[in-house]
Design a protein around this ligand. Structure first.
Ligand code: NAD
Length: 521
């Protein structure tokens, strides 16, 4: 097992040798308080900025996942019965360790995801805020109490943990999305098994190390790296009580159907197509500045990225496009360690090919490519998975690039004549994750927030990601399940209500036989 002092992406792993005798690191699992690299299957992990692979991730088979569930099941009773203040203290310490180890964590994220350090720090900070919220467990788990609901009868509701729960997370937030889930699950008294993205697996292992250092008992938190086999084993395992998923919509739908069919509680957050309406009265310079970050930040690989600008009227569209064109010339993209860069590469070569194909399809279907990032390559990183910032005008709702999630640094502009037309577009789209309106008109903004069919809405705020003490989720095919992620909905998701009605002293009460429903009349 490794200590924190020497943990890095290399020490999360045993060194293996391939046929050419080149050293390859194997990113393993975190099981029962230690790193394990036992594996039958592996796959390469890339540094997307260079296109090179110097490590592999171990892919757990069903047998290993079953062992992990057993370990978690055994750890559960003691953890469930640990006083909530002690569980919260682990989170306090964990928060402190996250802050102390932020640079190391951001480096791990950069190496495997490619996002620039300043962006990784933002991701981590958002994750830490979920840990801060979890520290309030003694308050939010107090339950509800009513005295004298009947003669000498008191009643209360308490919120009990579910048992062993699992989380399956995407590549694009290797730290933040797991932190949406497990601090809350654990502080509520559950044991948590995390299956991170196999494309960016190391941050999760480091989080596990920090949790152990924070005092979490072994077995309460485990990380199993893996692919479909590991996920399916979790989905079908009878001892897994609940599954949280964040990823693409087709997989979210599959996860939700499979988990609920086997009797599990499930929340599955999916993909997105987030529109910004630009009203004629908006502060256009501000719109342009904020669109740049919201569309191209993190290379557009955010489920809340603004990927469609809906301009009300041609005049607005022309001005915004002209200003964007000028500003986009200044954007820098490249290696994660260079803080001057605005964004990094895409996650894989396959994803780069897909993003390029979307741009091509828009062109073929009649849209105008105003700024074309398809062949952009930062000097020195010619083999990286880069696509430059891309701006597409004259997009229409029948185009593939509009209907599907691109998940790349591509901003599309749609021109409409009225705000109603713009809202209709958004409401008709299959996704309903985030949206935003730019305006100075309070009445328009209020109408928009009341009537738009989207879960997270901004007014002059391009990325309306709810803070940790609210909850996160989309509408329509952006979320399957009834509860949002983290915040107050997270408490409900990771606990089960039990309501107890009690009379003392029972021996002095002589009740008459009563066959009608008991009432106080
Ligand atoms: P993905 O759906 O490919 O993978 C997510 C997870 O599912 C990974 O852990 C992966 O190993 C697993 N998985 C993939 N295919 C599977 C299969 N066939 N069976 C079982 N498990 C499988 O998503 P991704 O590419 O890692 O992430 C990008 C997607 O996630 C985008 O669509 C983005 O919008 C979405 N996302 C949504 C939110 C949100 O809060 N709504 C947040 C972040 C990302």
């Amino acid at each position: 097992m490794n200590t924190l002092e020497n943990f890095d992406s290399n020490t999360s792993a045993n060194t293996d040798t391939d046929s050419s005798q080149q050293a390859i690191k194997v990113v393993g699992h975190f099981i029962d308080g230690g790193l394990v690299t036992k594996t039958t299957k592996k796959q390469p992990v890339y540094n997307p900025a260079t296109g090179e692979s110097t490590k592999e991730v171990a892919l757990a088979d069903a047998e290993l996942v079953n062992q992990v569930v057993e370990i978690a099941e055994q750890a559960f009773p003691l953890w469930r019965d640990t006083p909530v203040i002690k569980r919260a203290r682990v989170m306090f310490k964990f928060k402190q360790l996250l802050e102390e180890n932020a640079d190391k964590l951001c480096q791990l994220i950069g190496e495997e995801h490619g996002k620039i350090c300043h962006d990784a720090k933002g991701e981590l900070q958002r994750g830490i805020e979920n840990v801060e919220y979890a520290c309030g467990a003694p308050e939010f788990l107090k339950g509800e109490y009513s005295k004298n609901v009947g003669p000498d009868i008191d009643s209360w509701s308490e919120f009990q943990p579910l048992g062993v729960v699992a989380g399956i997370t995407p590549f694009n937030f290797p730290a933040m999305v797991p932190l949406w889930m497990f601090p809350m699950a654990i502080v509520c008294g559950n044991c948590f098994i995390l299956k991170p993205s196999e494309k960016a697996p190391s941050a999760a292992l480091f989080l596990a190390e920090l949790l152990k250092q924070a005092g979490l008992p072994d077995g309460v938190f485990s990380v199993v790296n893996g692919d479909k086999e590991a996920v399916d084993t979790l989905l079908h395992h009878p001892k897994i009580q609940a599954v949280s998923f964040v990823g693409s919509t087709p997989i979210a739908e599959y996860i939700y159907r499979t988990a609920t069919a086997s009797g599990k509680r499930c929340q599955a957050l999916g993909g997105a197509k987030n529109h910004a309406i630009i009203m004629p009265d908006a502060d256009i310079d501000n719109v342009v500045t904020s669109l740049l970050g919201a569309a191209f930040g993190s290379s557009g690989e955010r489920c809340m990225a603004l990927s469609v600008a809906v301009a009300i009227g041609d005049e607005v569209a022309d001005v915004v496009i002209e200003k964007l064109k000028q500003e986009m010339k200044q954007l820098k993209f490249g290696h994660y360690a260079d803080e001057r860069n605005d964004f990094g590469p895409l996650i894989t070569q396959a994803h780069k090919d897909k993003v390029q194909a979307f741009i091509q399809s828009a062109e073929q279907q009649g849209a105008k490519i105003v700024v074309d990032g398809r062949d952009a390559k930062p000097a020195g990183y010619e083999n990286g998975f880069f696509v430059g910032p891309t701006l597409i005008d004259q997009v229409s709702p029948d185009m593939t690039s509009y209907q599907q999630e691109i998940f790349g640094p591509v901003l599309q502009v749609i021109r409409v004549q009225t705000m109603q037309d713009a809202m209709q577009l958004i409401n008709d789209h299959e996704y309903g994750n985030g949206t935003c309106i730019y305006t100075r008109d309070g009445e328009a903004a209020r109408y928009f927030t009341s009537n738009i069919q989207v879960g997270m809405v901004g007014v002059n705020v391009p990325l309306p990601v709810p803070v940790a003490y609210h909850s996160f989720g989309g509408w329509k095919r952006s979320l399957f399940g009834d509860l949002y992620a983290y915040g107050p909905d997270g408490v409900r998701f990771y606990t089960r209500r039990k309501t107890i009605t009690q009379r003392w002293p029972s021996t002095q009460v002589r009740e008459a036989k009563q066959f009608a429903m008991p009432t106080l009349n």
